[in-house]
Design a protein around this ligand. Structure first.
Ligand code: ADP
Ligand code: MG
Length: 634
């Protein structure tokens, strides 16, 4: 029975949907090719499955999919050797089912503002080919015994034609007659670019054009290997990418070379996780830990999302937790709904489950690395620390596990986990109220005098100079009981850890008041507060301190977040703490001339500022002149 020529109208819907498809999808025209090749892959895999079930006894032959174009005829063709379609099937699948899907899409998103956002994640399927075509033609021969080749075409109106085709070999050819405004899709490098982007890991071999290859060609007369260049079919994809293979079959080299395949110019990753879940959702993938360092933005959006090896997007924002966006690699899941809007995606229960599963896997992996080889974990800490801290701050569940493998590094370069560190400093750094005080520095160069001061007292100082550390410190204080965390310059060394020991003052209250006034008068810093305290005589005569609270909130406001924008614009609030018990200070009072008193006070002020790196410009010049003067005094 041959195909009866027939004309008809595609659907009950009277509206012509093609101009609408075209208009709405304008930002992402290129996905039509992904859709057509994905259909060709489906058709091929269906046939292979039937063959393996014994329902197809014929030869499978070469099942490669071929993409080709003809610039003169202005056609682009996708050809497969899959199950093919009979005329009846074309009517059913193309005219009815696929068309109603397309109509539904158009109805749903007509007039919606965020349509642009949806498009890239949405496959319109077969009808997306009308975005770039003035006419689309199907030639198909079903695998079923005794099938007649069937043809279909449609020029973008709702009218279609079914006719007898000439096709002799099994499978389907989709021939696009490219529209005048879409001729970019008749360009070899443009087509190759699209195939590389979307089809790179599709599971059936895809050929496009030819390429030159150098192959061995026997030996020359001196016995040296000879090579010749031959033209071969260019294969676009790797149909068996690493993430679909069994982890037990894979070696480290395989993961590293796959990483290079994904990100050709990147440094090797630190380690990786092979995801393999089939219940309660389906998910495979490989996540790599890159060397993150401090360049946050550069590292984002490197995870690629696939659905059954078809590339969907590299914006995985709603699918993986925010902090995991720093990872690289591939996630493949047929269970992530792609044809819906973003806000819906966030509330999708599969997406939520995927989210927490990945978080758990990542935490488990880190914990395993930590337990298995602490030394190499410590070596990697500088690279993964940012990531672990980011995760700890943003995901409660992650912190629950991470608290066992978060590390502190002290100014000696030694590493401790939280428990170890608390144990280490408990003896020496507990204040009069029973709080353990952790001390930290953010800049070993600038804060050296404070660090030394603390070390001299037998305290330990942590190094917290990462970009997230101020947030992380806040987080820790909320989590750790009876623990406070202070920067070394937050107070004088005596007061940083207030043990409640009163040191007797060598100055009377009146003398202290006089000193305070003098230093206030000599201040070039309007906002500064002057305090006179009774400290150990061997401490410095004066130090600048910055309130931990004010400083930290300002830093957080600066680095974004913390929800305290009002602190961002405030000037540095500094205190000058004067040591009433230092010889130099009592010495000032003994001076006769008001002028000499001021000169010494100024000098002490400047020395304190200098040790905080706060002296500059005219003040610095004046300090240097004054110092030179002091040296030459007899
Ligand atoms: P979907 O792929 O989501 O089913 P499409 O609009 O892409 O939707 O395709 C509609 C239907 O047309 C397919 O389900 C399939 O039955 C049929 N079809 C499309 N392309 C081919 C092809 N190359 N070979 C066989 N059948 C095809
Ligand atoms: Mg499809």
């Amino acid at each position: 029975m041959s195909v009866v020529e027939e004309k008809g109208t595609i659907s009950i819907n009277t509206e012509n949907i093609f101009p609408i498809i075209k208009k709405f999808l304008y930002s992402d025209h290129e996905i039509f090719l992904r859709e057509l090749v994905a259909n060709a892959v489906d058709a091929t895999q269906k046939l292979k499955r039937l063959a393996s079930l014994g329902e197809y006894a014929g030869e499978l032959g070469d099942t490669s999919i071929e993409v080709s174009f003809d610039k003169k005829k202005k056609t682009l063709t996708v050809k497969d050797r899959g199950i093919g379609m009979t005329a009846e099937e074309i009517k059913k699948y193309i005219n009815q089912i696929a068309f109603s899907g397309a109509t539904e899409f158009v109805e749903k998103f007509k007039g919606k503002e965020d349509v642009q956002d949806i498009i890239g994640k949405f496959g319109l399927g077969f009808y997306s080919s009308f975005m770039v075509s003035q006419k689309v033609e199907i030639q198909s021969l079903s695998f079923q015994d005794g099938s007649e080749p069937a043809g279909w075409d449609c020029d973008g109106s709702t009218e279609f034609r079914i006719f007898e085709a000439k096709k002799k070999d099994r499978g389907t050819e989709i021939i696009l007659h490219i529209a005048d405004d879409s001729e970019e899709f008749l360009d070899e490098s443009r087509i190759k670019g699209i195939l590389d982007k979307y089809c790179k890991f599709m599971p059936v071999t895809i050929k496009f054009g030819q390429e030159e290859k150098s192959v061995p060609d026997g030996k020359d007369k001196d016995g040296e290997d000879k090579f010749k260049t031959v033209k071969t079919d260019r294969i676009i994809n790797n149909p068996n990418p690493l993430w679909v293979q069994a982890p037990s079959d894979l070696k480290d080299e395989d993961y590293l070379s796959f990483y290079k395949e994904l990100y050709p110019f990147s440094e090797d990753p630190l380690f990786w996780i092979h995801l393999n879940v089939d219940y309660p959702f389906n998910l495979t993938g490989i996540l790599y830990f890159p060397k993150v360092k401090n360049d946050f933005e550069l590292n984002r959006n490197k995870i690629q999302l696939y659905s059954r090896q078809v590339f969907i997007t590299d914006e995985v924002k709603d699918v993986v937790p925010e902090f995991l966006m720093l990872l690289h690699g591939v996630i493949d899941s047929p269970d992530i709904p792609l044809n819906v809007s973003r806000s819906y995606l966030q509330s999708d229960s599969n997406v939520k489950k995927i989210n927490s599963h990945i978080t758990k896997k990542v935490a488990d992996k880190l914990s395993e690395l930590y337990k298995k080889d602490r030394e190499s974990y410590e070596k990697k800490w500088d690279d993964i620390g940012l990531f672990v801290k980011y995760g700890s701050i943003s995901e409660e569940k992650f912190y629950d596990k991470a608290k066992d493998f978060v590390l502190f590094k002290n100014t000696d370069g030694k590493y401790f986990n939280i428990t170890e560190y608390s144990e280490k400093v408990k003896e020496t750094q507990t204040d009069k109220d029973g709080n353990v005080i952790f001390l930290y520095a953010t800049d070993t160069g600038k804060q050296d005098s404070y660090i030394q001061g603390a070390l001299d007292k037998g305290f330990d100082v942590l190094l917290m100079n990462g970009m997230l550390d101020s947030h992380f410190i806040n987080h820790l204080e909320q989590k750790l009981e009876k623990t406070q965390i202070k920067r070394v310059d937050a107070d004088t060394t005596d007061k940083l850890i207030d043990k409640g020991l009163e040191i007797e003052s060598v100055l009377t209250d009146a003398e202290k008041e006089e000193i305070k006034k003098l230093f206030e008068e000599c201040s070039s810093n309007k906002g500064a507060m002057v305090q006179v305290e009774s400290l150990s005589p061997e401490d410095l005569p004066a130090v600048i301190t910055q309130s931990e609270f004010m400083r930290r909130y300002k830093e957080m406001a600066k680095s974004g977040g913390g929800g305290m924008p009002m602190f961002g614009d405030m000037p540095d609030s500094i205190n000058l703490v004067i040591n009433a018990n230092h010889n130099l200070i009592s010495g000032i009072l003994k001076k006769k001339k008001e002028e000499s008193k001021k000169k010494v006070a100024k000098q002490i002020w400047d020395l304190a500022l200098l040790s905080q790196g706060m002296l500059s410009g005219k003040d610095l010049t004046e300090f240097i002149r004054r110092s030179t003067g002091f040296i030459s005094e007899k």
